[in-house]
Design a protein around this ligand. Structure first.
Ligand code: AYL
Length: 527
């Protein structure tokens, strides 16, 4: 049984994303496109489009074009879209790196993606320098979005973005089509370590148009708060690109901090806020919310992890706004399902309906039979092309009929409303961020006192998912739970920290040596 979207199919134009977004930008040249939340500095659509054009020219001058990759390692700021779309306009693919990453994590992505230029901010320069110095990294220049640090000898040229943007070089004549690679965010998908997700211009354009069909509220005049990071596909598509496409103003925040978040909503009179469930908890419950006038908020949209419906309703009541939920995955550009803007009555514990052009199947992971409950398979123009340089991971996720196997278990009603009810993949989500167990297990095994380890997601006292490590000590080793947690914490980004440790005699494994995570889950849930 294939469930199709209740919406009619839409056409996806075959152009590059920058052309799609900026070709008729002169109509809105003087409207505000991006506001840097903390400083209030504004950038108009005219300035944004000019910056995109000049950054593309600067990359062309460096001989970069189709087939090349640049990396963007920065928190949200007004120049993020300049670099991202300038890169795309030059024909290069942009690999967006998590701003919390350690040098080793940054180096892994630089190496794996083959990035030749690293764009960052001066506050991240120490991590950037350490990363580019690692073996196998081919970065030949660092570009600083804010200002170059004036230091004598650095291993690589470090140039200021502002200087690049003054180039008078001709923009290179590259023809970017829908099938060219645009973005390379990283995701662990259903199993293993982080992989480059190959998203084409067509994928990103398709998802903008698909999401747009679900509502009419984002338009010129709307103010979107971009507190979720642009390096993650949620921020990239739903905030940055949707804002630009709708000629709305996008207000950027470099990180979430409740008081500053509320100040910015109140001061800029934000209409639309995109959140992951932990921010919804703060909006529903935190006393500080009462101190700010935030009745400007029209819609709060939640995605990236399951939203508790009761909590969502409490938030909607407190803010007197509509609350909507969507579902997506990096590999889906990212949205495949959401509640339409005009259906706030739809069950908030659902993920809404399939977007236009999306077909779904629910397949029993054990038997392979299709039915009313099963692993959600998704097909549509927003489905990634492949995992970068990883044919095995691609073929086990994307089948020959074009369906992407999400690793999430769903049900569907007769009206085509979907619910996520379980997860069959390894992935853990901590506050909406990905935590790949395989990466933590590999890291734990580098500790001489650890003989074996397995990591699964468990629920904490508040019902939040957190990573838990089961650890087998080396014989005679002196190792405490805190030792294990601090060993991991000092080597990875904070969202990937192991937050509970249990010592155990043996990790349950199948005959072929695969960790039996379901046995660990059963052990966890045993009374
Ligand atoms: P990734 N309910 C339950 N689980 C969810 C939900 C949801 N509403 N949304 C995402 N997930 C989980 O790649 C699910 O396990 O992308 C899914 O496979 O970091 C995984 O998160 C994907 O994690 C939007 C816009 C959701 C963006 C997104 C999030 C994309 C997160 C809805 O409208």
């Amino acid at each position: 049984m294939t469930v199709r979207s209740p919406y009619a199919d839409i056409d996806i134009p075959d152009v590059g994303l920058p052309e799609f977004l900026f070709s008729d930008v002169s109509d809105h040249a003087d409207s505000v496109a991006v506001i840097d939340g903390p400083s209030g500095r504004e950038m108009t659509f005219g300035e944004l489009a000019h910056g995109v054009d000049r950054f593309a020219a600067a990359l062309g001058e460096r001989g970069l074009g189709k087939g090349d990759v640049i990396a963007l390692f920065a928190p949200n700021n007004a120049y993020y879209p300049v670099v991202f779309h300038g890169g795309l306009a030059a024909g290069v693919a942009v690999s967006t790196i998590n701003a919390m990453y350690t040098p080793d994590e940054v180096a892994f992505q630089l190496r794996d993606s083959g990035s030749k230029v690293l764009v960052t901010i001066s506050a991240f320069l120490d991590r950037a320098r350490a990363a580019v110095a690692e073996e196998g990294v081919v970065v030949s220049e660092i570009i600083l979005i804010d200002a170059a640090r004036d230091e004598a000898s650095t291993p690589l040229p470090e140039n200021a973005l502002a200087d690049l943007l003054t180039t008078t070089a001709e923009r290179p004549s590259v023809t970017v089509t829908g099938d060219d690679v645009a973005a390379l965010p990283y995701s662990s998908g259903t199993t293993g370590r982080a992989k480059g997700v190959v998203l084409t211009h067509r994928n990103l354009i398709a998802n903008l148009l698909q999401v747009q069909t679900m509502g009419t509220h984002v338009s010129s005049g709307t103010k979107i708060l971009a507190v979720l990071p642009f390096f993650h596909i949620y921020g990239m598509t739903c905030m940055m690109n949707q804002g630009i496409h709708a000629r709305a103003a996008v207000v950027t925040m470099p990180k979430f901090e409740l008081a500053e978040f509320l100040r910015i909503i109140s001061e800029y009179r934000i209409d639309r806020v995109y959140v992951a469930p932990p921010i919804a908890v703060a909006l529903a419950k935190h006393p500080m919310v009462e101190e700010y006038d935030i009745d400007c908020v029209d819609i709060v949209f939640s995605g990236a992890a399951a939203l508790d419906a009761e909590l969502g309703h409490a938030m909607g009541k407190r803010l007197n706004c509509t609350v909507l939920q969507g579902y997506g995955m990096t590999e889906l550009s990212p949205v495949s399902h959401c509640m339409p803007d005009d259906r706030p009555d739809m069950d908030l514990s659902s993920i809404g309906v399939a977007l236009p052009n999306v077909e779904c199947k629910l397949v029993d992971p054990e038997t392979g039979e299709e039915g009313p409950r099963g692993e959600l398979w998704v097909k549509g123009p927003n489905v990634m092309r492949e995992y970068l340089n990883n044919a095995d991971a691609t073929s086990s996720t994307l089948d020959s009929d074009g369906f992407l196997h999400t690793g999430d278990v769903a049900t569907v009603t007769d009206e085509g409303v979907f619910y996520i009810v379980d997860r069959v993949k390894e992935l853990i989500k901590y506050k909406g961020y990905q935590v790949p167990p395989a990466e933590l297990e590999a890291l734990l095994l580098t500790n001489d006192s650890i003989a074996d380890a397995a990591v699964i997601g468990v629920k904490d006292a508040d019902g939040e998912e957190i990573p838990k490590a089961f650890v087998v000590k080396q014989q005679g080793a002196q190792l405490s739970e805190d030792d294990v947690m601090s060993f991991v914490a000092s080597r990875i980004a904070p969202h990937k920290k192991v937050r509970v440790v249990e010592f155990i005699d043996e990790i349950p494994k199948s005959g072929s040596g695969k960790i039996l995570r379901k046995d660990l889950r059963a052990r966890e849930n045993a009374p």
